[in-house]
Ligand binder design. Sequence first.
Ligand code: ATP
Ligand code: MG
Length: 393
Amino acid sequence: MRKYTEPLLSVRDLNFKFTLRGQVLHALRDISLDVYPGESLAIVGESGSGKSVFVKCLMGLNDRNGYVESGSIEYDGKDLTLLKTDADWKNIRGSRIAMVLQDPMTSLNPLKTVGWQIEEAVKLHQGLKGADARKAVYGILEEVGISDPQRRAKQYPHEFSGGMRQRVVIAIAMACRPEILICDEPTTALDVTIQAQILNLIRQMQKKYNVTTIYSTHDLGVVANVADRIAVMYAGEIVEVGTSDEVFYDPRHPYTWALLSSLPQLGVKGEPLYSIEGTPPNLFREVRGDAFAPRNPKALKIDYVKRPPMFAVTTTHSARTWLLDPRAPKTDPPEHILALRERGKDLVAKAAAESAMATGAAQHLTDEDMAGETGRPILGDKPEKSGEVISNG
Ligand SMILES: Nc1ncnc2c1ncn2[C@@H]1O[C@H](COP(=O)(O)OP(=O)(O)OP(=O)(O)O)[C@@H](O)[C@H]1O
Ligand SMILES: [Mg+2]
């Protein structure tokens, strides 16, 4: 496992809102997250949880009715939330930070050959010209797994299959030699076998160029082999973050339990697949307490009253759930999650030992966030009452 050093990008208490027909939708709620150089970070959550809005904040690509209400995104000594115009973003968007979208057709120009489109990026970002630029194009096409590059370069996007088009988009993004590659659900539009190939390709690129990768998906199952760390999003907030092993084998948030439980790989043969009851909260209204409480059969009373802070589990793992408060009743995760924990206990122990040696990874936790860990009262002035509140049902 990598050792966490100084973050490359730091998001702090980010709140992002949209105004729509006079109403305000609170799309990102107090997001804090560090991204480390060379890592592969997956952002996982169901539809509408805010994955796209979040990654678009890193490139200033959200719709115009959206705005950063508060918080910061520190990158290379700048606060990206202060960049407004295309001119402000010029040296970052599409050069230092590149993005691969869900539908490759939206990023490709249907009227230009694939070779032309890659060549433009090569000329602009690698400073190559003429025959050198063309040679680089063939090299890149081969690198992303497109054979017969001389012939393929002359073709148009519609002559490529969906998976091949996504390879081209990745080729263009990589031709920019970005420091950060953002992939927003890059495989959702593709069938399963192609999905795995594209994921592998992204992983290869990440390793070969040591490019930091931020990857969003609603499918926790697909990130197991590609992500170093996972951040789980629900209703506009990060509810759990940790190394892949920590999130898979020692999940702490009931929403992560539910997400894992609904993975077909974990289902019991002959039994119907678990699905999460209910729907996420309406973000046009203020969310009270723990946003997942109404869908959590094991919710505590306090979950309906007060929003939990982030509790640290290890220096690399934290979760926003009252279950981690020392005063909370012991609540076991569902059985198959316990089985997972058993299966992965060596991996988790190893990760914990390594995280103890690592530095910096927990820096995003504020004093209030850490309050639970040190056992300090977190319910305000009258901690003696809290014993009653933090109880089941
Ligand atoms: N331009 C907009 N105006 C108003 N609301 C918006 C706008 N864009 C996004 N939203 C809202 O922001 C919330 C987060 O949306 P987002 O697209 O980030 O979800 P997501 O996690 O990417 O989902 P999916 O898996 O479906 O892509 C949703 O409630 C969405 O309706
Ligand atoms: Mg999305």
